[in-house]
Design a protein around this ligand. Structure first.
Ligand code: ADE
Length: 416
């Protein structure tokens, strides 16, 4: 092996070890699945952001006996050291590479389809979509899937609604132990990891606009406030807008918010949130980033159409020069800032999310024949098991109900 390849592998191994040593909930699931033994010989195709925590999930499923084929679910989110380390020694087939063109990205997804998976683990539903469109030839063999993220679940529900979804999908995203922590605290922290490491700019005292007040937007706004930013939230949902206001944030339409913005972060799951009319009203120096799954929240087509020049300002930051000498900046080509410019969610958060993924795979194995081709919730007992195991790992104890109290909560006669 060439010396720089060796260095890459060593770096990847260290990152995997760092994550593995701290993913204790997933470690318990690994032992449970190994003991159960029913993953032996099962083929699992994965399209997940290929970085250290994902590597530990892939190893877990492989160690439990499955054959695993992994690629990324985003052309810019692969950690090449981790991919190299997994390729070198794990026995897992890895196709992910950072900086893939759209064509290379789909080539890699196609390699996972060629692997003929029995089960699929997806993030954003590109792999499941491919199996239902261009690669229907391999659809028949798939018994079920897990989906990681809000955007994927929205796509899959639309497919189920139209009656085109052909296998059951477990909605990992909707489990309490996923979206309450991963979407809120995970995205909250990792978004700033990406923004701060790519720009090295001060957040305190600056005006930061968050587009969308779902679980991700809530987390981003909360962390921005903690860093000392003055925060404005934009929304289309009146209930969420009131929630943002009562949480202490300014609320205004995007067209007004952009005029004061030093930073704008999109986290809506919708397209064209920032477009020509907004770019034209921004202050010079404004920095834009996207934390939603797809790179269509900030219109690069509009940005390019009104720019006299486009250049790399520094690693991961593109400068657009507009009329009158105004310059505005885009991080990581508008792709998920926390993975394309940062290291993804914190290890402890992904421990809980990926423990759910591994448990949901075990559940699918046992139950796929009984499940309709639809989007299914993670059973409450799995969610609660992950919560109790994580809580124990945090060294926290809680109270429990007496039989009398449980009876009181379930009954209706005992009102006084
Ligand atoms: N690391 C692996 N998958 C991730 C995700 N969906 N979001 C953030 N970090 C991740």
């Amino acid at each position: 092996m060439a010396s720089d390849e060796k260095e890459l592998v060593q770096k990847g191994e260290a990152r995997l070890k760092w994550a593995r040593d701290r993913m204790k909930v997933l470690g318990e699931v690994r032992e449970h699945l190994k003991k159960k033994g029913n993953l032996k010989g099962v083929r699992v195709g994965m399209a997940l952001h290929t970085e250290a925590k994902t590597g530990v999930l892939a190893e877990t499923i492989h160690e439990a006996g499955a054959e695993v084929c992994l690629t990324s679910c985003n052309p810019l989110s692969t950690d090449d050291c981790v991919a190299a380390a997994l390729r070198q020694s794990s026995g897992i087939e890895v196709h992910a590479k950072r900086g893939q063109s759209q064509e290379e990205y789909y080539d890699s997804l196609n390699r996972v389809v060629d692997f003929e998976p029995d089960y699929v683990i997806d993030d954003g539903a590109d792999l499941i979509f491919l199996l239902h469109t261009d690669r229907k030839d391999k659809l028949e063999g798939v018994k079920g899937a897990n989906e990681e993220t809000t955007t994927g679940i929205i796509r899959l529900r639309a497919m189920a609604q139209e009656g085109v979804l052909r296998f059951p999908v477990m909605s990992v995203n909707d489990a309490m132990m996923k979206h309450l922590f991963d979407n809120r605290y995970g995205t909250g922290q990792s978004t700033f990891d990406g923004i701060m490491s790519s720009t090295n700019l001060l957040i305190a005292g600056r005006r930061l606009v968050v587009a969308g007040y779902g679980w991700c937007g809530r987390g981003i706004a909360m962390r921005a406030k903690g860093l000392g930013a003055r925060v404005t939230v934009t929304e289309v949902d009146p209930v969420r807008a009131i929630e943002a206001s009562l949480d202490g944030f300014e609320v205004s339409p995007m067209a007004e918010a952009v005029e004061q913005a030093d930073f704008i972060v999109t986290a809506t799951g919708c397209k064209d949130i920032l477009r020509k009319e907004h770019f034209e009203r921004m202050k010079s120096g404004c920095v834009m980033a996207n934390s939603g799954h797809f790179d269509n929240e900030i219109s690069k087509t509009d940005l390019e159409s009104i720019s006299s020049s486009v250049r790399n300002a520094r690693d991961n930051v593109i400068e657009y020069s507009l009329a009158g000498g105004k310059k505005i900046f885009l991080i990581a080509e508008g792709r998920l800032v926390n993975l394309a410019a940062g290291q993804g969610h914190p290890v402890e958060i992904m421990d809980m999310s990926f423990a759910l993924q591994a448990m949901a795979l075990g559940y699918l194995l046992d139950n796929h024949e009984k499940l309709s081709p639809d989007v299914h919730p993670i059973p409450t007992d799995i969610d609660e098991w992950v919560a109790r195991t994580a809580l124990k790992g945090m060294g926290l104890s809680i109270d429990s109900l007496s039989d009398d109290q449980r009876g009181y909560l379930c009954g209706w006669r005992d009102g006084t």
